[in-house]
Design a protein around this ligand. Sequence first.
Ligand code: HEC
Length: 395
Amino acid sequence: MRMRPINPGSGKSRNRAVAGFLACVAASAMIAPGHADEAQPFRLCADPTNLPFSSDNPSRPGFYVEIGRALAQALGQPIAYDWYKSYFGKRTVRVTLLGKQCDAMIGLPRSEDFMGPAMIFSSTFAREGYALVAAKGHAIGGFDDLKGKRVAVQYASTPQNLLATRDDIQKVTVLSPEEGMQALDQGKADVAFIWGPVAGWLNMTTYNDRYQIRLTEGEGLSWDAAIGFAKGSTELRDRVDAILPQLQRTIADLAVKYGLPAGQPVRLGAAPAAPAGTTTGAGPGASVMQVANAVATEIKGDAAAPNAEAVSAGKEIFNGTCAHCHGPDAVQSERKIDLRLLHHRYGDDMRDTFWKTVHEGRPARGMPPWKEVFTDGQLDSIYSFLLTVQVESND
Ligand code: HEC
């Protein structure tokens, strides 16, 4: 799963949505014969290229898409898909679900703080999060088992933060869960502490089920996955909630089919005390923000995981175009336009601010708009590059 050039909201993705819709309407005529007149389609938003969760390939549609089918059937409604790339995390939810392009989105973190009061959720149908991955037979029951081991962690992920201050554990930084699995495979790491669904999927499809995978729990490590609706949809939400218990068995079978980590999660302690001046660990809000953040960047596993190709492509564009004002490699002593401070400045809103600013520009203040110049894929690679140069201060 590499970075793919994308252009959400472009004519192309709309055409795809229409194609998906037509295909589904044809299929749905068979699902609910006789109800075609009254039955409105149950419209779901999903990413067409996000296995193990969703795909527009009917022969391997993914965990969420199959849950959606089962739900639609139980509701007696035909199903319709709005395919939409989910690179942009919360932004995707805002544009698709809250933009009324669909009725529901499967697989969002069940947290009031994810999108604020604009959203409501079904009950939980699965648990998702980071997992410990190692060859079968190795103990991976907690921190003690990681002592003296080389542990692959993804750049800028919760596991990386969690292990940052542990001198007794050697970290191997990777840029994606795929790379974490490769590090194991190539003997560069003993354990990978990476996003569970992608680890499980790759273990099943690429590594012959060679590894054991244990879901973890602890602050920012895993969360309840639910179905999200816009806040006005309580009636539909209640109908879905009434059906979910009957689908428990189906959902459990689907989790196995798509290789999702199962079994009792390993409990890992809270992150060590944060350095002075940061707000990590400040009350219950902190973990929720982390979850929302994890989903914003990892809603599709490889979402914003800056992979090496994207980072170098982004760096090249940056140095060719943005560096005139923002400095070569983003090194810029003038604070106001030092893009290495984006995270420091905006925290969880970094991604949204980046997108808004590069799309629209701030023409009155000397920042041109770029949406006519670069594709969203190119801008996303610039973002990946910028992620790798963030600092807390430019002194
Ligand atoms: C002609 C000069 C110029 C070029 C070229 C330019 N920018 Fe900017 N950019 C600015 C200025 C000036 C600001 C600060 C605007 C302000 O004061 O709010 C800015 C602000 C930004 C910000 C917001 C920073 C913040 O902290 O709020 C981002 C993100 C950004 N630029 C990204 C880019 C990217 C990516 C490129 C290349 C595709 C680029 N810029 C090219 C002049 C430029």
